[in-house]
Design a protein around this ligand. Structure first.
Ligand SMILES: [Zn+2]
Length: 248
């Protein structure tokens, strides 16, 4: 009987070792799988400036959201669409791949049928969907088109905001600013600005992204220019010339 005891101890010890080893193996496997799944997560868009680049032109606002309203009743959403459409056409005519987020007077909150009822959430989903459209487009650069407004009439001039999330965003913004102040608005002293969280799309973009405030609807002279078809074409050409620096 006494000889069997060491055998039992050895057996028990062996079982404990085997269970411990099994647990260590299982935990190790789970960790490996966890990091593997992180490594192979392809949900984030990847941007490569050497590959073919697509431009996503996003005329801000639409539908029940007019954006800024000028003293004469001109709506920001309409000018955004007119200038955005011109920019899109110039890009396409020159063989560049470009898409418009909207071609009609509408918001985009229900584009992906996320909810049954969007009450109180239209603006949130509208912005979310514009970013989604841009990021789903392979290797794309986002260009938001907007108009400015200020309570004081004297301010004028185009202003570019850029996303802090990619270096290229600031380069594009600088190019737009430099082109416009060389060819269109020689007195424009406005520096490009890094977007804060208040500009949802730029703040959350994983792709190069800029937002252009084309001018001030609160400035009578600039408003007249922004409504003028020839000025709109000139502006679109300036934006095009800046963007193609970055498009293959
Ligand atoms: Zn706007």
């Amino acid at each position: 009987m006494t000889e069997k005891r060491p055998f039992l101890y050895t057996l028990k010890f062996g079982i404990v070792i085997a269970i411990t080893a099994a647990i260590v193996l299982c935990v190790g496997f789970a960790f490996t799988k966890h990091f593997e799944s992180k490594k192979t997560d392809t949900s984030l868009p990847v941007f490569n400036k050497d590959d073919k680049i697509r431009f996503v032109i996003d005329p801000g606002h639409g539908g029940e959201d007019a954006g800024a309203v000028a003293y004469d009743g001109t709506l920001e959403k309409d000018l955004n669409l007119e200038i955005g459409t011109l920019l899109h056409s110039v890009l396409e005519l020159n063989g560049k791949e470009a898409v418009l987020t909207r071609t009609t007077d509408t918001l985009l909150y229900d584009r992906f049928d996320d909810l049954n009822d969007y009450t109180g959430q239209k603006k949130v989903y509208d912005l979310k969907n514009r970013l989604k459209i841009a990021e789903e487009k392979e290797n794309s650069i986002y260009v938001g088109i907007h108009m400015n407004k200020f309570p004081v009439e004297k301010y004028s001039g185009l202003q570019v905001y850029y996303s802090q999330n990619t270096e290229l965003s600031q380069d594009i913004a600088d190019d737009i600013k430099n082109t416009v102040s060389t060819y269109l608005q020689p007195n424009n002293q406005r520096q490009v600005k890094r977007a804060t969280a208040s500009i949802y799309i730029l703040h959350n973009a994983h792709i190069p992204a800029v937002l252009i405030e084309c001018g001030f609807l609160s400035n009578e002279k600039e408003l007249a220019s922004l409504k003028d078809k020839d000025y709109q074409k000139l502006l679109a050409l300036n934006l095009f010339a800046s963007l193609i620096e970055h498009g293959n």
